[in-house]
Ligand binder design. Structure first.
Ligand SMILES: Cc1ncc(COP(=O)(O)O)c(C=O)c1O
Length: 464
């Protein structure tokens, strides 16, 4: 029976309808296209009196659900995308049931769950206890907090409280090699400007920072405050900056060091060679809706200097009692009212543990390397970069083609692959070459998925 919309007496019926829709979605997931590139929602009128719930459900079932993709499935390899495990999905359903506001402590245990989540994440990634932080909506939001802390730090070095007085007159230089686009976006949002970055050279055939060039540039700089933005896992090449050497320079030149480790931090679960030195950063971005496989949207910002975050975001208001020694989340993040976003992370950490999470990270890395080998063997495709972790960069065989022709062919192939529906991949630019990126970060991906994708690529090449 379809529930009426106004009455919690109808809870059983709501749950039955929810259960039916959910079961159907999971049941058809394998047949659902991994991406729907031509989805179109009709121009529905705004409802004046409101529909009865059954009619609204019909609209949802007719126009929305059939056009949703299987992006939570094992072959959505675009961007860097997780897939939400059963436990994380279950917890996320409950977040709406509980509907808590994690603005400040004192009205439920929910804020303590978020604090425990942050502590567990630090333990998971072997970071010192001096780190604390906040759950955000994703890596972009975390990078924004990194940008705010950087400018607050810069201000503090020259007697300006930027949060109160603004950035006018601020003397600051920001050094980075391959910042993620979201980092640039947030530098703009923080009033520092998207173009403010002093570009440090990269090492040959890599997106990794050239530390000697960083040293030279830091020593030449005459500004009052310096900030380094490093990458632990660049989004295209999956290259890692040498965080040990960079943090040493950071300390020598008294810089703020922010590390965007959105997905690269998970490398610490499978060896940690590439992320050595991360524990010396002033602030760190990580994403939970990537390799932790919790539902969107969920990221984390960590810092060893919580006072800098607090000073950036605290607004004293009589009705918001803030506490400087153990600040409330509303004084540490963008939002005042906040979702119980920590719960899926908390329940995932409790249920899967370090071993469970490391298992799927390990499997993704092995499968990415296997996929890279298959591409390398194929006559139809060429591998553009050795697989560093979980991302494979390739393009169709472009032998004998000019750069322009190779770019066009690669774009056409990507379009055809994504139209096919068996896999979703995204574009990239590797050392000036248009490429196709496959990023494996879904907990469910298996060898059979790599086989399906290889068959899809072969079919696309045969039909070209
Ligand atoms: C290194 C890095 N930083 C930041 C982001 C932005 O993440 P989000 O989409 O969660 O804001 C991404 C996304 O792919 C990323 O790979």
């Amino acid at each position: 029976m379809i529930p009426r919309k106004t009455d919690w007496q109808e809870l059983e019926n709501f749950l039955a309808t929810f259960s039916l829709l959910t079961k159907n979605f999971f049941h058809d997931l394998d047949e659902r296209a991994v991406a729907i590139t031509h989805a179109k929602l009709p121009d529905l009128p705004m409802s004046t009196n409101g529909l009865d719930f059954q009619s609204a459900l019909e609209v949802l079932c007719d126009h929305v659900i059939p056009q949703l993709s299987a992006s939570r499935g094992p072959r959505y390899w675009g961007f860097v995308t997780g897939g939400a495990t059963p436990v994380a999905t279950f917890a996320d359903w409950l977040v709406s049931t509980f509907d808590q506001n994690l603005s400040s402590s004192g009205d439920s245990v929910a804020t303590q769950v978020e604090k425990q989540t942050i502590r567990w994440l630090c333990q998971l990634f072997d970071l010192p206890e001096s780190f604390s932080g906040i759950v955000t909506t994703g890596a972009t939001a975390s990078n924004f907090l990194g940008a705010l802390c950087s400018r607050q730090f810069a201000g503090q070095k020259q007697g300006i409280d930027v949060a109160k007085e603004g950035v006018a007159g601020l003397s600051v230089e920001i050094f980075s090699t391959t910042p993620h686009a979201s980092m640039l976006k947030t530098l703009g949002m923080a009033g520092l400007g998207q173009n403010c970055v002093t570009k440090v050279k990269s090492l040959p055939n890599s997106e990794q920072m050239d530390v000697i060039d960083l040293d030279n540039k830091l020593s030449e700089s005459t500004v009052k405050a310096k900030v380094i933005i490093a990458s632990a896992g660049t989004v295209t090449g999956t290259d890692f900056d040498d965080l040990e050497s960079i943090s040493e320079l950071g300390e020598q030149y008294q810089c703020w060091l922010h590390v965007d480790a959105a997905f690269g931090i998970f490398e610490r679960l499978i060896g940690g060679e590439k992320t050595r030195g991360l524990e010396r950063a002033n602030s760190i971005t990580l994403d939970c809706h990537k390799w932790l496989n919790v539902p969107y949207d969920c990221g984390v910002f960590l810092t060893r200097n919580l006072d800098m975050l607090f000073n950036s975001l605290n607004v004293p208001a009589p009705y918001l009692q803030t506490n400087q020694t153990d600040p409330d989340f509303l004084s540490l993040g963008v939002e005042n009212s906040r979702r119980f976003r920590a719960l899926p992370v908390w329940l995932s950490l409790l249920t899967y543990g370090k071993k469970g999470i490391a298992d799927w990270v390990n499997r993704n890395v092995k499968l990415a390397k296997f996929f890279a080998k298959e591409i390398n063997k194929s006559q139809d495709y060429e591998l553009l970069h050795d697989c560093q972790l979980n991302v494979v960069l390739f393009r169709p065989n472009c032998e004998g083609l000019s750069d322009i022709e190779a770019t066009q062919k690669t774009k056409k192939f990507l379009k055809a692959i994504n139209l096919d529906g068996r896999v979703f991949l995204s574009p990239g630019l590797w050392q000036g070459k248009q490429c196709i990126r496959a990023a494996l970060s879904n907990w469910e991906t298996q060898t059979s998925d790599v086989d399906i994708v290889m068959q899809c690529l072969t079919d696309v090449a045969n039909n070209f």
